[in-house]
Design a protein around this ligand. Sequence first.
Ligand code: BTN
Length: 226
Amino acid sequence: MNYKIFSFDILQSTQTFAHELIADGNATDKTIVVADAQSAGRGRYRRTWVSEPGNLYVSFIYKASKKRDPRLSYCVAIAVAEALGHFGIPAQIKWPNDVLVYDKKISGSLIEYSKNFVIIGIGINIKHAPTGLDYETAKTDDFTPGIERDELLDVLTDRLDFWRMRLSDNDFASVRIRWMELAAAIGTEIKYQGKMATLIEINADGALVLRRDGKYILVVGDEISI
Ligand code: BTN
């Protein structure tokens, strides 16, 4: 795998630590930061990511061009869903990159850029599914008890390498097809900017295609509720 690994009992946030490595000039391509727990785990849109011991909290650091690539989030979601599938868990993707099992969120990811690196932060619930949130949650132990964190991390890393490679080989077509196979909401009604629309597909540029009132809407890097 050729990764440099930083492993901790507890960190504020693997994502924040990854930013610090980059800021201090200590980051290299293919670095993993993993922690058993986080005291200030970060979710998307400045939300908190509840980070009790027993789950996977990891940030992957890769060299990247300064340009954001919205297609990367599809690779991340596929990698998580396939890693869970490897352990017999029927995971589905909720656009853009949440992963659900039977409509309950089991994983989230956060993609950030710093200097010439991208940081892909992923949380997967293994032993602890947070409660009291405005969505339902699940953990791998609900479906396949006893998955080891590091075993899951190995498979996840392998799937992430595989799908990132498809992008670097200019093969977004495979990513797109796989994402649509795994996406929970293709063909269904979803809410976009307060109104319902049908989720059609992702197009060759990575934009989400919706249809409302006979018109097509393209969404890039936005969040919609499904
Ligand atoms: C989301 O809101 O769905 C994204 C959650 C991302 C959580 C992961 S856990 C590892 C990494 N470190 C963080 O602080 N956040 C990400």
